[in-house]
Design a protein around this ligand. Structure first.
Ligand SMILES: Cc1cc2nc3c(=O)[nH]c(=O)nc-3n(C[C@H](O)[C@H](O)[C@H](O)COP(=O)(O)OP(=O)(O)OC[C@H]3O[C@@H](n4cnc5c(N)ncnc54)[C@H](O)[C@@H]3O)c2cc1C
Length: 578
């Protein structure tokens, strides 16, 4: 069936909408201009279409294989070659600071490239995604010596990185981690324990793997306060950055999963593995959050990537497939299913959700760039708060949307959608993990409601809502063209204001009530933000397409937002399992 084609012009439009031009005005990006970004996006789009897309189906069919005798993992045919080409072209390093050997591009542009890689092959894309999170962690938290020995090869992609938190009894509850970190008499740290579900924990794509591991030191307090962060290199690395002997970390098995078959999800045994402390003893959880916040945005992209690729497939299929008739169908012929109103509804639902998710993710990425690079400290602080507020939405809401859109793509295909050959089911299976890992979406919703709404005494969310409300003026000026968008957005924002006030009050006085409404609120706020960003795009572009998408989203999605106020504020008392 139809392969994915990198949607480079939609990506470039969304980069502009998210604020790329303003970012490129900053001194930090003086060496980058808009033409360079266009060239990179287009070149990378061609690269993924030609090199990465062809690896996707075989990756799903064959999967990565574990050899229990050696503990080694072999990736499907073509992966090593495709990954080498990715490394040789230097794509992975583009969005990292020049002082570490990166290309110094905005993170926002890095996200755009990552989106295309993820749509092309989500299982393979996870390898650079995790590596990039580890680079982010080491460049911020590692010692100069660790940075010098590990970062350059992670940047090129010659080595890859992993994030190692989960254990059989420590999933969402990271504080339950039991892996022990003990110091030998010579001061060397040694890790002992079993970690579960470690993405790309072992494989044949790179010579070395750099694990960032949470472990508990002797006599450490219980819970997250007792955790420290360690670097465990598959092969020991000497003072000059050269690879030495194999460390005592071994892959015991690889999971059989619903999707992302080519991404090896490993059980890792650490048997007195030599480790280096990152940061201070007891700071592990806080440090891991630096790594996780970067990863959460990337995992949010998996929702977008699944939505984009399956929207493309559904649109192409609906154009080919003929069934039934519509009023204009000539006698003796059948209509293309794209002409049936219900199929059009599905296609527009998919396309508008995909566009909305892209804007939410890119907007969050732009805030992360401002937080890192704006010269004014106040602007940096506000951008960081905004990025913190948006991150659970970017991860949680986007990945829920991605699964929904992929599921709708199956519906558009009818029976063949449920048959593997079309490939659409594969993307749905692949997408299903994103709401689970990197903090389940339930945990994202709780983070949003219990922590992020309270940022700076509620002023961070209040400022966001005021900005969205300020769209009312320009929408009014646009007249009839955007009247429906204006009306639905206004109603949605009234509901968001009411829900937010209720949750902030309950979080302090009756936390279970706030927790019970958290997931509905994630949907309510995510949908409203998505609708507002589509409205903003329509105001800016004034094209029939942008107005049509914003209007469709307003009537289908924003119109439902006030109805979510009920579930948000229904409280916990109703949640009785008989
Ligand atoms: C394919 C795959 C790849 C993964 N990759 C990695 C990796 O690279 N590194 C790594 O460290 N881990 C990884 N994980 C682990 C993943 O992050 C965890 O599975 C996830 O955090 C959920 O933990 P759990 O599976 O133990 O579920 P649980 O924590 O048992 O959660 C089960 C359910 O209970 C809910 N729940 C749990 N606690 C609460 C609470 N306090 N309040 C409300 N609801 C709650 C959850 O939302 C969920 O719906 C991976 C998992 C998979 C399947």
């Amino acid at each position: 069936m139809t392969d994915y084609q990198a949607p480079t012009s939609a990506v470039l439009d969304a980069l502009d909408a998210a604020g790329l031009p303003a970012l490129l005005e900053l001194d930090a990006f003086a060496h980058v201009d808009r033409d360079m970004v266009t060239t990179l996006v287009e070149e990378f789009g061609r690269f993924v279409d030609e090199v990465i897309v062809p690896t996707d189906a075989i990756g799903d069919d064959v999967g990565s294989r574990h050899d229990p005798a050696t503990g080694e993992v072999t990736t499907p045919e073509g992966f090593v070659k495709a990954y080498r080409r990715y490394v040789e072209s230097g794509w992975g390093a583009l969005a990292f600071p020049e002082e570490h050997g990166g290309g110094g591009l905005p993170r926002l542009v890095g996200l755009a490239l990552q989106e295309m890689m993820t749509s092309a092959n989500v299982a393979l894309s996870l390898n650079p995604v995790l590596t990039q999170s580890v680079i982010e962690g080491l460049t911020k938290l590692g010692t100069p010596d660790q940075q010098r020995r590990f970062v350059p090869r992670l940047l090129t992609g010659e080595w890859n990185g992993t994030m190692v938190l989960t254990e059989p009894d420590a999933g969402s509850d990271v504080g339950a981690v039991r892996t022990r970190a003990e110091q030998d008499d010579d001061g060397t740290w040694r890790l002992t324990g079993t970690k579960l579900f470690i993405t790309w924990g072992e494989h044949d794509l790179t010579d070395n793997i750099v694990h960032l591991v949470l472990a508990r030191t002797p006599d450490a307090p219980v819970g997250t306060k007792g955790l420290s962060l360690f670097l465990v290199s598959k092969h020991l690395v000497d003072a000059e950055g050269r690879l030495g002997v194999r460390n005592t970390v071994r892959c015991a098995s690889v999971e059989h999963k619903v999707g992302i078959h080519a991404s090896p999800t490993c059980v890792l045994d650490f048997d007195r593995a030599e480790a280096e402390l990152v940061g201070e003893v007891g700071d592990g959880m806080g440090l891991m959050f630096v790594v996780m916040n970067s990863a959460r945005l990337s995992i949010g992209l998996q929702g977008l990537a699944a939505a984009e690729v399956t929207s493309q497939q559904a649109l192409a299929y609906a154009h080919e497939r003929r069934q039934g008739r519509v009023a204009t169908t000539p006698k003796g012929e059948s209509a293309r299913i794209e002409d049936h109103p219900d199929v059009r509804r599905m296609l527009l639902t998919m396309r508008s959700a995909t566009d909305a998710v892209r804007l939410v993710l890119y907007t969050t990425g732009a805030q992360a760039d401002l937080a890192a690079h704006h010269p004014d400290e106040d602007v940096r602080a506000r951008a960081k708060d905004r990025a913190d507020l948006l991150t659970p939405i970017a991860k949680g809401w986007s990945t829920d949307e991605g699964v929904e859109v992929a599921s709708l793509a199956i519906q558009v295909h009818g029976g063949v959608g449920y048959v593997e050959e079309t490939g659409v089911a594969r993307h749905w299976r692949d997408a299903r993990i994103a709401p689970i890992y990197e903090g389940t979406n339930g945990i994202q919703a709780i983070d949003l409601v219990m922590r992020k709404l309270r940022l700076r005494d509620g002023s961070v969310i209040a400022d966001l809502l005021s900005e969205l409300e300020a769209l009312d003026g320009p929408l009014a000026e646009a007249g009839d063209e955007l009247a429906e968008v204006r009306a639905r957005l206004a109603d949605a924002l009234v509901a968001v204001r009411a829900a937010t006030a209720w949750l902030i009050e309950r979080a302090a006085t009756a936390p279970d009530d706030a927790l019970a409404g958290a997931t509905a609120y994630l949907d309510l706020l995510g949908s409203t933000l998505g609708g507002a960003l589509l409205a903003e795009s329509a105001l800016r572009l004034r094209s029939p397409r942008s107005i049509g998408i914003a209007t469709f989203y307003a009537t289908e999605r924003l119109a439902r937002v006030p109805g979510l106020l009920g579930p948000v504020t229904a409280g916990a008392a109703r949640l009785v399992i008989a």
